[in-house]
Design a protein around this ligand. Structure first.
Ligand SMILES: C[S@@+](CC[C@H](N)C(=O)[O-])C[C@H]1O[C@@H](n2cnc3c(N)ncnc32)[C@H](O)[C@@H]1O
Length: 929
């Protein structure tokens, strides 16, 4: 269960009549305990209470007591030996009138409240459901509750108005919900005069049987779209006159309201009774948008982006700089004034803004800085000079786009209250502005310069109805001639396998004829490209959260040269970190943040998370597209291996319908057939090697074919290969039907021995699992092979230096390193090795192999499991450590301090080698000339 579902469940429990017998079990059920668990507790089998209550081990001790005994009972629970023995985290006592509870494992203050109000404290109890990010949830508990209530209402309304759930009317439904949210907020924040005005009016004016609830609400909406002076003429009743003229596009357009059942009416009144002053527009928007999305409703917005994550983008992009400038300005009134003028001209533009969380947080932060300036200048009453319309967005879906605008309106009001006081805030709030500065459309098809134009001359077009404006809506210009623009956001990442046809065509639209290989790029790359193009026209800097694959492996040479060609550089970046959220199915994607600019004079900053979770900042000379302090270069595939090293080749591909391959049992079953046994070889691919699996293949040379056919087992299998190949659609396979005894692709075989390098290996391992196999083993195409290489080659592949290089330049597939011979091995910057170096490395490679032998029959997977290696296979780890020591001394005469230093050295060597290569090419060209 997620937090929203738990909130819903305990709210329902508190609304039911109190049942003393059942309460402890119903309470535990509301926190996601399974029926079988509850059954066992009821039966007493797992109930450890010594006080006649219910005690669930390692969780909670609950006791229902007689009236007035709650505090005493809680004390008894605290003192109970069973509570301590069973390691209960919580104790809870209630008599159905009041409820008291304590978290014994934390310093949180205890809860003491009326029984029916205990759901208000749902965040306090969340550890009971194993939800540990509780701080984030308790801080946003209002938003979670409001989302859960609105969701109930939404679902209930759709039951009575199924046509509102169709795509034709979904838009009206969303529009209606946005209006409701505004009314709930307005009635609790004095925007409407009289607390609870909207909810109370609906309660009083609509019949209890709910028959006219929709017409009452419709009347109120119409009133809010009509100036007070015009209401009589429009036939609006007197009671609607207590409502102000709101307009701002929010109450114009279609006024339809769905029909209400009695239940829906009561939900609505309930929602109105929440305290909407606590709404947090940066979180709420992302949560509420899930209500309108069938696929997302299950998670109810628990994927919302946390504020600290958003600040990882906004702070280095421009907020840090602004704050530093304010600090520098001290109390100098003129400098402060100039700074305020500068701030008022800043535009923030999120071209995939969802419900506007980046924009809201940016707006709030800028208002905070402005307020600080005003305080220092003694002008706290001053109206804000920061136009809300300078915080612009594009969003594909209409509901989030609507909510984004609403969230910004709410944020503006809350900032006005905070910095200027309620009275001044109210005086200027209504009517709402009617411009629409959040464009609903496809950001990869729209012209960003027209949506967020660099210069401004005033509003060109007033949107009549926020919710029905077409794509080419609202070209509002800015009052910010000469201002800076900051583009930001977390656009959809989507690797090429996950893109729809439409999205592929969006990418084509951005990249075609500009760069080759765009089909391999992640969808998010197009935002970076459009931002770079935008930056060539105006003073802008951009930063996006993206998948780390944009800065690893094959996407780097495709994308970055074109970005750099626009004159942009990476101004700051955050290396890989987990973009975690509270959605239950989401373990958190690994992302990076890249900030680009073509005009920054600021120092380049590289952020990373250290082992304690703290953020480190490093000032760099340059940040290259692999997010390393080093020259801007891209590593492209090479045909030749590093100097002195042996070539690494793909393994061999049978394309045989499985008929040339055999299991251990197949081999055993052919026991008496000596011809059959003669032509069997061990067949090893990545998985076989890592997991210690045993497979065989038939390996028959051309001059052995006739002899091999003497074995009926072989003959039958070769017949099957032939048939399979003949039936193949691929001509290249059919061509091999006449030679069924051989593999279709034979890249190489050994004369002495083979080094095997798996093509994929888990990123959790500290070393690439390279191995040495005997001459007769055939390598499958799921691995690479180096044939007959000196053993020191194994030491190189097994080194930490090689692993960090491969991780950077080959990239990853999900959570696996994706090894490539041409990109990872052939490009590996290896210094010229002396004979002594080679001997040392041969020795350390031998040592690694011997230590593995020592642990037989443990598999490579067992030995290189990072959770087990240090304790169970420490000799092997020490052998690797010695190998790294030898390798690293060859590079810099000492051990590297960390992987960052390793990568920087490797890139520096690579850059030098490139220069050498191009100098060589130039001189040979000169010689030719
Ligand atoms: C990962 S979400 C980020 C939204 C918001 N910043 C947040 O954290 O919730 C990406 C947003 O981009 C929107 N989107 C997807 N494709 C788009 C496109 N081509 N143009 C504009 N917006 C798009 C999605 O609807 C979604 O709201």
């Amino acid at each position: 269960m997620n937090a929203v579902e738990i909130e819903e469940a305990i709210t329902q429990l508190a609304e039911q009549p109190f049942d003393p017998e059942n309460f402890p079990f119903a309470f535990l059920e509301a926190f996601g305990n399974k029926e079988t668990t509850i059954k066992r507790l009821r039966a007493g089998a797992s109930n450890k209470s010594d006080l006649g209550g219910v005690l669930q081990t390692s969780n909670i001790h609950i006791k229902v007591c007689t009236e007035g005994e709650v505090t005493k009972t809680l004390a008894a629970l605290r003192e109970s030996p069973s509570t301590i023995r069973a390691k209960a985290k919580f104790i809870l006592a209630t008599d159905g009138q009041t409820l008291e509870a304590e978290n014994l494992a934390s310093d949180d203050s205890p809860v003491a409240c009326n029984y029916k109000d205990f759901p208000d404290h749902f965040g306090f109890f969340l550890p009971l459901a194993g939800i540990s990010t509780v701080r984030q949830i308790t801080e946003n508990s209002f938003d979670i509750r409001a989302t859960s209530r609105l969701n109930r209402l939404y679902v209930e309304l759709l039951k009575d108005n199924p046509e509102w759930g169709t795509s034709a009317r979904r838009h009206d439904m969303n529009h209606f919900m946005a209006r409701l949210i505004f009314c709930f907020f307005a009635e609790d924040t004095d925007i409407f005069i009289g607390k609870g005005l909207f909810t109370d009016t609906v309660a009083q004016m609509s019949a209890r049987d709910s028959s006219n609830t929709n017409t009452v609400i419709e009347t109120l909406f119409r009133a809010m779209n009509t100036k007070i002076a015009d209401r009589d003429r429009e036939g609006l009743p007197r009671w609607s006159n207590s409502f102000p003229y709101v307009n701002g596009g929010l109450f114009s357009g279609n006024m339809d309201v769905p029909r209400f059942s009695k239940i829906a009416r009561s939900y609505l009144l309930h929602i109105g009774n929440l305290d909407w002053t606590k709404i947090n527009p940066d979180i709420f928007g992302s949560m509420i948008q899930a209500v309108a999305e069938d696929e997302e409703r299950g998670e109810l917005g628990m994927h919302y982006t946390s504020v600290p994550n958003i600040l990882k983008v906004l702070n280095p992009l421009f907020l840090d700089d602004l704050r530093a400038k304010v600090a520098e300005a001290g109390d100098n009134p003129r400098t402060l004034l100039n700074l305020r003028k500068r701030i008022a001209k800043i535009r923030v533009f999120d071209p995939a803004c969802g419900s506007g969380n980046f924009l809201v947080i940016a707006y709030k932060a800028v208002r905070e800085i402005e307020a600080q300036i005003n305080r220092r200048r003694g002008e706290t009453d001053l109206r804000s000079e920061i136009p809300l319309t300078n915080f612009r967005g594009i969003e594909l879906r209409d509901f989030p786009a609507e909510i984004a605008r609403l969230a910004l309106v709410i944020a503006e009001y809350q900032c006005d209250v905070l910095y200027r006081g309620q009275k001044l805030a109210l005086a200027e709030f209504l009517p709402l502005r009617s411009e629409n500065w959040i464009t609903c459309g496809n950001a990869l098809r729209l012209d960003w310069l027209s949506i967020c134009p660099p210069t401004g001359t005033g509003v060109k077009m007033q949107a009549d109805d926020l919710f029905s404006t077409p794509l080419d809506q609202a070209q509002i210009d800015f009052e910010n001639e000469g201002g800076e623009t900051y583009i930001c956001g977390n656009p959809p990442y989507l690797g090429n396998k996950l893109q729809s046809e439409e999205q592929k065509s969006d990418l084509k639209n951005v990249f075609d004829r500009r760069l080759d290989g765009w089909k391999s790029l992640d969808y998010v790359s197009a935002w970076l490209m459009k931002a770079a193009d935008y930056g060539t026209k105006t003073n802008a800097a951009s930063a996006f959260v993206t998948t780390n694959s944009l800065c690893q492996g094959q996407q780097v040479p495709i994308l970055w040269p074109t970005i750099f060609a626009t004159g942009h550089e990476i101004e700051f970046a955050h290396t890989s970190f987990k973009w975690a959220n509270l959605a239950s199915h989401n373990a958190g994607v690994i992302v990076i943040i890249v900030g680009i600019s073509n005009s920054s004079e600021r120092k380049k900053r590289l952020y990373s998370i250290d082992s304690d979770g703290a953020t480190l900042e490093r000032i760099c000379n340059n940040i290259n597209p692999y997010l390393v302090d080093g020259p801007n270069l891209v590593v492209e595939s090479k045909r030749e291996p590093p100097k002195d090293c042996s070539p690494m080749l793909f393994g061999n591909m049978p394309r045989d319908g499985g008929n040339l391959l055999l299991s251990y049992e197949d081999k055993m079953n052919g026991g008496a057939d000596s011809v059959f046994q003669k032509y069997l070889r061990r067949f090893v691919g990545s998985e076989d090697f890592i997991q210690g699996k045993v497979r065989y293949c038939l390996w028959i040379e051309r001059d052995q074919y006739k002899d091999a056919l003497h074995s009926p087992l072989i003959a039958r299998r070769l017949e099957a290969v032939e048939q399979m190949r003949l039936a193949s659609k691929a001509g290249s396979t059919r061509d091999f039907a006449t030679v069924p005894y051989r593999f279709v692709q034979i890249q190489g075989t050994a004369e002495v021995s083979t080094l095997i390098v798996p093509r994929h290996s888990s990123e959790r391992r500290d070393y690439l699992p390279v191995g040495l196999l005997d001459v007769s083993t055939i390598i499958a195409d799921s691995a690479f092979a180096i044939y007959d290489a000196p053993l020191w080659n194994l030491a190189v592949v097994a080194s930490r230096l090689h692993l960090v290089w491969v991780a950077a330049v080959c990239g990853k597939l999900k959570t696996d390193y994706r090894y490539s011979n041409t990109l990872g091995w052939n490009t590996f910057p290896l210094p010229v090795l002396t004979e002594k170096n080679k001997i040392d490395l041969t020795n350390s490679a031998t040592e690694i192999l011997l230590r593995r032998e020592e642990y037989y029959p443990a598999t490579i997977g067992d030995m290189y499991d990072p959770d087990r290696m240090p304790s169970e296979f420490s000799d092997l780890q020490e052998a690797h450590d010695r190998n790294d020591e030898i390798m690293e001394r060859i590079y810099i005469g000492r051990r590297f301090r960390n992987d960052t230093e390793r990568l920087e050295k490797l890139f520096a060597l690579y850059a030098t080698a490139q220069k050498g290569d191009s100098a060589q090419v130039q001189s040979s060209e000169r010689a030719r000339a």
